[in-house]
Design a protein around this ligand. Structure first.
Ligand SMILES: [Zn+2]
Length: 75
């Protein structure tokens, strides 16, 4: 059920900012590529997104090695 809800959330991009678990970054902290919200984990700062599963794994193993750049919210 949770998977279905997540899929629905991604289908409605225009209201995505209303979701509290939307990633805080839009660039992968590991290699700087465009982050994709489907690859994300929760951190103390908030949900962090990555470009791929490999980067997510690297970050999870040593979160302190990478700096997450928070995206600037559009007004
Ligand atoms: Zn990456």
């Amino acid at each position: 059920m949770k998977t279905l809800l997540t899929a629905l959330a991604f289908g409605t991009v225009c209201i995505s900012t209303a979701f509290a678990d939307w990633p805080i970054n839009d660039k992968c902290p590991v290699d700087g590529k465009a982050a994709r919200p489907i690859y994300r984990i929760k951190t103390k700062e908030g949900p962090v997104a990555f470009c791929c599963m490999d980067c997510l794994d690297k970050f999870e193993k040593s979160p302190a090695s990478y700096k997450v750049t928070k995206k600037e919210y559009q007004k």
